[in-house]
Design a protein around this ligand. Sequence first.
Ligand SMILES: [Zn+2]
Length: 155
Amino acid sequence: MISEAMAGASALKTAFDMAKALKDINDAATRNAAVIELQEKILSAQQAQFEMSKRVDELEKELAAIKSKADERNRYQLKDYGAGTFAYELKPAESRGEPHHRACAKCFNEGKISILQFSHKTEGQDWFDCRRCDHNQAFGVRVRRDTDYSHHSDF
Ligand SMILES: [Zn+2]
């Protein structure tokens, strides 16, 4: 990009200098050769300018894609669902009509927003599946059922 801009500017400078020198060339053949060389310089400057505007167009599209991705990510915030179990959660103010949902923290950190699907509830925890990374995760504090009946001696 920079080298194309330099080449374009340098070709234009040369063309300008050549155009200035043209009036001092009295010999027709020499002048015609100089005109052809001048046209070549102008063409190469046009080519460099064309390459640059093409590149600017590509970069604008890339930037728009990055901005829209960042905008999408900013709709979520990391939330602790208890006992250090994390997921990204859609901010209520950013819902834009979508229902409340959680997004997989692993996928989010890989730059993808993947909605977690509720699976089941067990031992006080909610289990969610991520369809993208096939991870199932428990949220909340695990409450172990008391299966030790040894202290129930009065029966
Ligand atoms: Zn995931």
